[in-house]
Design a binder for this molecule. Structure first.
Ligand SMILES: [Fe+2]
Length: 170
């Protein structure tokens, strides 16, 4: 994970202390990697899902990917606003992401939904923790950003889990 934190810094008139900004840039770059990775994995599901619910899930996955890609942009731009460097290429995301790789054996709609539920839950958990990490460091704006992302991820998780609950008759 060293590359996620050891990024070039730039001078800024932002009044947050430099050590706070540095730690926030590291936190943001970790989430940039994780969130970018999730966005690409949702697209993987969007392209490869098959079965009777194909079109509904193909369309849902695309709308989830759009939202997650918006979060990637918010996170990256917060890192640069704090004087950091956004670590935003696919290779950087791949080497720094904490998410598991997407399962190549997923074919049916519910296999893709289950794979995405696991990954959204994973990212929703670390994003919720980041709200507190940023607030404790004194950066309430980064905390607010993570709050926005967290609220969206929770909603997306609900959208996905609702498919599994219906199938199980729960
Ligand atoms: Fe598409």
């Amino acid at each position: 994970m060293a590359t996620a934190t050891a990024t070039r810094k730039f001078a800024t008139r932002n009044d947050l202390a430099s050590d706070v900004r540095e730690s926030m840039v590291g936190l943001l770059n970790q989430h940039l990697a994780d969130t970018f990775d999730l966005g690409s994995q949702i697209k993987q599901a969007h392209w490869n899902v098959k079965g009777p619910q194909f079109y509904q899930l193909h369309t849902l996955f695309d709308s989830l990917a759009d939202s997650v890609e918006d979060y990637v942009d918010l996170i990256a731009e917060r890192a640069t606003a704090l004087g950091g460097t956004a670590m935003g290429t696919a290779r950087m995301a791949a080497s720094n992401s904490r998410l598991p790789e997407y399962p190549l054996d997923a074919v049916s709609g519910m296999q893709h939904v289950a794979a995405l539920v696991e990954r959204f839950a994973n990212l929703a958990k670390t994003t919720r923790a980041a709200i507190e990490t940023a607030a404790s460091a004194g950066d309430t704006s980064t905390s607010d950003l993570f709050t926005e992302v967290s609220r969206g991820l929770d909603k997306h998780l609900w959208f996905l889990e609702s498919h599994l609950a219906a199938e199980a008759g729960k």
